[in-house]
Every structure is written in C-alpha cells, then in structure tokens.
Design a protein around this ligand. Structure first.
Ligand SMILES: Nc1nc2c(c(=O)[nH]1)N[C@@H](CN(C=O)c1ccc(C(=O)N[C@@H](CCC(=O)O)C(=O)O)cc1)CN2
Length: 282
C-alpha cells in the first residue's frame, strides 16, 4: 500500500500571504491607509495568546496593521459586546478577530453578533454563516475556508463525495460542513452523541476531523483512498487523526503541524485586506 500524499498547508499559505501582501501594499499606496485588523483576547489562555501573536506577526509581515485589545478574564459579556461595538464603529479598523475560546461565563453568540458583518473577517457572525451556507460571496470562517482552498489546490472536488465532519463547533465543524454541502458533497456530521463513529468514518471519501480529541480517528477506520483533513488543535501540536496509521490508508492527508493551521491565518489576512478594500472604496 502506498502512503498518502501530504497536503502542504504551509506552502499554500505562504503563497496566499505573499499575494495578500501585494494587495495590502497597493491598497495602502492608493488610499494612504493600511488595512487594519483588531484582535481581541479575553483572558490569558496560553494557546490563545500564542495564536493571537502568530496572527499579529503575520499581519506585520504582510503590511497589515494590527491593533490588540487584551481584556481581563473576568470581562463580562456586556463589556465585551461594548468593546466589539466600538471597534465595529471605528472607521480605522477594517477587520475584527475575537479569539476563541473566551471563557464559559461569556455569551459567545452575543459577542460574535456584536461584530459588524462588513468587519467579520473571521466569518463568525450569523450573517457570514448564511452567505457561506448558500455558497454566496462573503466572509468564510477561516479554518473551513482554508480547508476548502486546500481541497481545491489538490484537485479534490467535493461534488458527489461522501464527507464526514467529526465535530460541530460554531467556528469549525458546522461551517466546514456547510461549505462542503454548498460544493455538492453529501455531508454527515458526527459528534459526541453519534452512536458508531468508526462506522460513519468508514463511509467517508472526505473526513474532516474537527473535534479536539487527540488521535481520535484511527487509520483502520479510514476508507482506503479517502482524503483526510485533520483540523484538530490539541496541546503539543497533536491532531485529531492518528497520522501514522491514517497515512497508510488515505490518498491525501493534512499533517499537523503544517496543514490546516497555516491556512487559517492566511485566510484571515486575505479577508482583512478584502474588507479594507471594500471599506476604503477600492
Ligand atoms: N476566533 C477564532 N478562534 C480560533 C480559531 C479561529 O479560526 N478563529 N482557530 C483556532 C486556533 N487558531 C487560530 O486562532 C490557530 C491554531 C493553529 C494555527 C497554526 O498555524 N498552527 C501551526 C502550528 C503552530 C505551532 O507551531 O505552534 C500548524 O498547524 O502548523 C493557526 C491558528 C481556535 N480559536
């Protein structure tokens, strides 16, 4: 049995960021304003601090200004909503990123909905979910959008394929399933109440693992020749797929690190520049 080909998210993300940097420079020259992303972080969860820092660094390299708002862990929903509304009303901010998770005491939906749809470059509002679900132009959730770009890059057409999405989170599982459905895949969502997960996975031509459980999906349950997308972020850079066994069965597989992760940030930057261009009238 031959081993799966790796889907190189690092290389594709680098190309997207290079293109985005050119667009950002052009926009800055034409308008005198650089695209600006506001990042908002509630609390100091170490992983979230790292991800936000990665986003800021990549923004800087791409010529995108980033403005950071660090809020204490005890911030209330009302306070957070107030901050997001202020950023939404600020004409010098073109995109808003509210880092997830933000603490159990926060009404996450209320917070996401406080982001103006035209600044929702992370694709987390109901408005973005609706356009995404109908396959219409608009902002996509960054990881799901990045996954679809990877599939396109490797000539995987979801149409007619059986796609199994493991996980149903608002920023990952649900939207990636809707994007695949909009591209004519037959989509099954699996989650904590799914009775026989291995049986569902065995049916899949495309598996998207997005549940946050280290090595949950095992090679023995992968249909030979399937495309395996590992969107799991677990401590120690471990994915949701048992890579060593899955690589023996799949035709294409994303590594962790170097697969879906870099695509998340590339999509965020690309959408920030697109949002700025629209707001600056270019
Ligand atoms: N508001 C959001 N919150 C979260 C999102 C999101 O898209 N929007 N996604 C995840 C985490 N995340 C970004 O926030 C993220 C995770 C991992 C990576 C990444 O590039 N990982 C690298 C490895 C990094 C390392 O070496 O430490 C990789 O996979 O190659 C980017 C973004 C949760 N929250």
């Amino acid at each position: 049995m031959t081993q799966a080909r790796l889907m190189d998210g690092t290389a594709l993300a680098r190309r997207i960021v290079e293109e985005t940097a050119k667009k950002a420079a052009d926009l800055t020259e034409r308008t005198g304003s650089a695209p600006c992303l506001a990042t908002v972080l509630v609390g100091e969860d170490p992983a979230s601090v790292t991800y936000v820092r990665m986003k800021q660094n990549r923004c800087r390299k791409a010529g995108i200004e980033s403005r950071h708002v660090a809020l204490p862990a005890a911030t209330t929903t009302t306070e957070l909503v107030g901050t997001l509304r202020e950023l939404s009303a600020n004409p010098t901010v073109h995109g808003i990123l509210l880092q997830h998770p933000m603490g159990d005491h926060i009404d996450e939906r209320a917070a996401f909905e406080a982001i103006a749809p035209e600044k929702d470059v992370d694709g987390v509002t109901f408005a973005s979910f609706a356009t995404m679900s109908f396959g219409l132009p608009g902002f996509v959730s960054c990881t799901p959008g990045g996954i679809l770009r990877l599939l396109d890059e490797y000539d995987v057409d979801p149409a007619g394929k059986r796609a199994v999405v493991v996980g149903r989170s608002a920023i990952l599982g649900k939207p990636v399933g809707m994007l695949l459905l909009a591209r004519d895949a037959t989509v099954t969502y699996c989650h904590s109440r799914t009775r026989d997960l291995p049986a569902a996975v065995r049916e899949a031509d495309i598996v998207v693992a997005a549940v946050g459980r280290p090595r949950l999906i095992r090679g023995q349950d992968i249909k030979p020749g399937a495309v395996v997308i590992d969107a799991g972020y677990n401590p120690g850079n471990v994915g949701d797929v048992d890579f060593d066994s899955a690589v023996e069965r799949a035709s294409l597989i994303t590594p962790v690190p170097g697969g879906v992760g870099p695509m998340t940030i590339a999509t965020l930057l690309e959408q920030t520049v697109a949002a700025a261009a629209r707001q600056l009238g270019v």
